[in-house]
Ligand binder design. Structure first.
Ligand SMILES: *[C@@H]1O[C@H](CO)[C@@H](O)[C@H](O)[C@H]1NC(C)=O
Ligand SMILES: *[C@@H]1O[C@H](CO)[C@@H](O)[C@H](O)[C@H]1NC(C)=O
Ligand SMILES: *[C@@H]1O[C@H](CO)[C@@H](O)[C@H](O)[C@H]1NC(C)=O
Ligand SMILES: *[C@@H]1O[C@H](CO)[C@@H](O)[C@H](O)[C@H]1NC(C)=O
Ligand SMILES: *[C@@H]1O[C@H](CO)[C@@H](O)[C@H](O)[C@H]1NC(C)=O
Length: 316
């Protein structure tokens, strides 16, 4: 009987976590969303930033075949997951051609952009005011590993000027000329502020959900970072710190990207100008590489603070 009461209690907490009024946008993909929906940007992701193949060539919803981060999916007693893990990959065809622009031959990229059935402009204004929290959990795809001699930009908010309000980086930061590779810290996540200062770094270990939350105060222009592994509650790993180089207002707002964006290595055969043009030039091996994502959502931090997992919220 005790067990049943606990089960009902935790199920109730979980239901309230999911339905919570603080959630502004939810990218935790329910089981009624299909791969075909990804191709048409139906549901929580706009899938147009990718190579020449259909979105489902690069992105897959994994149904019940892989367990998502426990933070929003289980109680103390095991419960049925409420979301599908998303597999995101790149290969040599992952050359994005922006509307009216040149093919991005320097990059290989697949991006999932926060949206509601394709709408993302109005969503940006709702997700990026007052203090909001960007949640995401990342796991390695050991069948399709990254190449840590390259730089990867994997989660970021990108205003129109191409800068990032914050960003998650893996691998060896791109340099021209190329430095020693791989960088000693290449196998760690780096949480970067707008000016590319490292706010937090932690090793990207296998078979582990790495849970992040980045708390953005859009008025005071600060960032705070929360982190945990698997079923641990999120904990504050970097208290609110100034992010003064971001613009206030619409110029500082942009799309929320969940991505796998691989930068090139400088090609010595290119002209000096082209060597610095990471978007259009450089060496890519064209390998198939991937990451897994779950637990992606955006919430308001007001008035209860940050969701730390299992229905618990707080400010530290
Ligand atoms: C999935 O179910 C939710 C909740 O019932 C509903 O709001 C949503 O429209 C459904 N999505 C699809 C793609 O059917
Ligand atoms: C994309 O999917 C559509 C519909 O399934 C199909 O007709 C088309 O050939 C696909 N395109 C590519 C590039 O695979
Ligand atoms: C990879 O893509 C680039 C750009 O389209 C192309 O030049 C190159 O030949 C491709 N490499 C392989 C191995 O297919
Ligand atoms: C943002 O803050 C303003 C001023 O305190 C408040 O009026 C507004 O309701 C807040 N918006 C959200 C979405 O919390
Ligand atoms: C990783 O990238 C480096 C630098 O471009 C390259 O030398 C190496 O061959 C790549 N490794 C694989 C497995 O593609």
């Amino acid at each position: 009987m005790q067990g049943l009461i606990r089960l009902v209690y935790f199920a109730g907490i979980l239901a309230s976590t999911y339905a919570s009024a603080s959630v502004i946008w939810d990218g935790r993909v329910p089981f009624n969303v299909t791969n075909a929906d990804l191709d048409t940007s139906t549901g929580p992701f706009l899938t147009v930033v990718k190579g020449s193949e259909n979105a489902t060539h690069y992105n897959h919803l994994l149904g019940h075949s892989k367990i998502p981060t426990p933070l929003w999916n289980e109680g103390l007693l095991q419960l049925v997951p409420r979301e599908q893990v998303i597999s995101v990959s790149i290969d040599n065809s992952s050359v994005f051609i922006p509307g009216g622009g040149l093919p991005q031959f320097g990059f290989r990229r697949t991006d999932l952009i926060a949206a509601v059935n394709g709408e993302h402009t109005e969503l940006i204004t709702r997700m990026e005011q007052n203090t909001t929290v960007f949640h995401f959990s990342i796991q390695k795809n050991d069948l399709h590993p990254l190449n840590y001699s390259h730089e990867y930009q994997i989660v970021f908010i990108e205003p129109n000027d191409g800068s990032h309000v914050f960003g998650i980086q893996l691998g060896s930061p791109f340099t021209d000329p190329t430095g020693p590779l791989p960088d000693p810290n290449a196998h760690s996540f780096k949480v970067l502020d707008h000016a590319l200062n490292v706010l937090f770094s932690t090793p990207f270990t296998s078979n582990t959900w790495h849970n992040f939350a980045v708390e953005v105060d859009w008025n005071a222009r600060t960032l705070a970072v929360w982190y945990s592994e698997d079923a641990e509650l999120l904990r504050l790993v970097k208290a609110a710190t100034p992010n003064p180089t971001t613009a206030l207002g619409p110029d500082g707002q942009g799309d929320f990207h969940i991505a796998l964006l691989k930068l090139p290595i400088v090609n010595p055969a290119d002209s000096p100008a082209d060597q610095g043009d990471v978007v259009h030039h450089g060496i890519q091996e064209g390998t198939t590489e991937g990451l897994f994502y779950s637990g992606v959502f955006v919430e308001s931090a007001e008035p209860q603070g940050v969701s730390k997992g299992f229905g618990i919220r707080g400010t530290a």
